[in-house]
Design a protein around this ligand. Structure first.
Ligand SMILES: [Ca+2]
Ligand SMILES: [Ca+2]
Length: 384
């Protein structure tokens, strides 16, 4: 009898688990922080704050702080969406409303630590955002820049979430970043600079702008993240309106960002089927063989002026990313030396790198000729 009850309970547990997986479910991540997040491969934007000029707005200065310059950091999780900060003693003391109660009168000074080289900064600052289940810790690095006519406080995220998640039965690593530096972890926007970042893959990288969809191992999932970063939720995307994007010959990979998220596809027969919506090309790669049958690979990233296009359900859009690309040479001189630099740019301002599938790229050659043709030299660059 006892045995059958246990058996029944185990079966019930199994059903709940299966349902949980099919419909997604919150998967918990762990909080990490360190004073130099870049060392852990974490990079985000920073929030550069101007001094608050209007005295009416500012809270009471901290007791005994003397004259201070106030700053406010826009953080939706704090009381009234603001974390007040102040700098006193000519930049030597920092006050942060670390308990997010809207007051600085209860916060103690954080002293600037000077190093032997004459530089220095403030130690890692902990902020406790109010949460449903109590305060939630978040860390930032804060730097003060003060000079004649120039006063800025720069707030850089130093806390993030990571952990193992299971998606569709596959174990993956997930990394969640407060990329737009406002203390919350689920910001989505049409502007990728205002989106937070998520990475979901066997290694957790690369991180991509958070959107409605997240792509993991090629498949699309409906993604949700907690505003405090503590959990993520992935649900199989299922049926969605699709459109076709036609790409140039030789394109082997193309990535888009937009309202729906960030997606990368390997075109088949010069075509990509993808969710209908507003998109921009963010990166692409092409391959081509030369006369000696060597394979050349061209990678393009970071377009300066990506053009958005609307892809309708059942519609087709041709994107002109790809060749031709523009090669430019810049020259500079100083101390009797001339320096020449070669760079490749795509038509939307993409940075382009060229590589050979095997072997080293032959060094570029440079021809210099004067106006009347009395000087005409062809030089070959050397590596090293
Ligand atoms: Ca306070
Ligand atoms: Ca954020």
């Amino acid at each position: 009898m006892k045995k059958s009850i246990l058996g029944g309970m185990a079966a019930l547990g199994l059903i709940i688990m299966t349902l949980g997986q099919a419909a997604g479910g919150e998967q918990w991540l762990s909080y990490r922080s360190q004073s130099d997040p870049a060392q852990a491969g974490i990079t985000t934007r920073t929030a550069a704050l101007d001094a608050v000029k209007s005295a009416e707005e500012t809270p009471k200065p901290p007791a005994g702080a003397g004259e201070v310059v106030f700053f406010k950091w826009a953080a939706p999780a704090a009381k009234d969406g603001v974390v007040w900060m102040a700098v006193g003693d000519g930049g030597a003391k920092l006050y942060v409303d670390g308990n997010c109660d809207g007051k600085l009168s209860d916060d103690t000074a954080i002293n600037r630590q000077n190093n032997a080289q004459g530089g220095g900064g403030f130690p890692l600052v902990r902020i406790l955002f109010p949460g449903e289940d109590g305060p939630v810790a978040y860390h930032v690095n804060i730097n003060y820049y003060g000079g004649s006519g120039f006063t800025k406080l720069v707030v850089a995220p130093a806390g993030w979430y990571q952990g193992d998640v299971e998606i569709d039965g596959q174990k993956m690593r997930c990394v969640l970043l407060d990329y737009n530096a406002n203390g919350t972890f689920n910001d989505v926007s049409d502007n990728p600079q205002e989106c937070d970042r998520i990475g979901v893959s066997p290694t957790g990288g690369p991180v991509r702008p958070l959107g409605k969809y997240v792509q993991a191992e090629g498949a699309l999932y409906l993604a949700n993240a907690a505003s405090d970063g503590a959990w993520v939720d992935f649900e199989k995307a299922g049926e969605m309106p699709l459109g076709a994007v036609k790409v140039k010959d030789g394109m082997t990979s193309i990535s888009f960002n937009g309202q729906l998220g960030y997606v990368t596809y390997a075109p088949e027969d010069g075509m990509v089927m993808m969710p209908a919506g507003k998109w921009r090309v963010d990166a692409w790669a092409m391959e081509r063989r030369d006369k000696s049958n060597l394979k050349w690979i061209m990678n393009a990233t970071s377009p300066r002026k990506p053009e958005a296009f609307e892809l309708n359900e059942g519609g087709e859009v041709a994107v002109d990313s790809g060749e031709p690309v523009i090669a430019t040479v810049t020259a500079g001189s100083g101390g009797g030396t001339y320096v020449f630099q070669e760079s490749l740019k795509g038509r939307s301002g993409e940075s382009i790198s060229l590589a050979l599938e095997s072997g080293t790229l032959p060094p570029p050659r440079l021809r210099i000729k004067n106006a009347d043709g009395t000087y005409d030299e062809l030089m070959t660059f050397k590596y090293g």
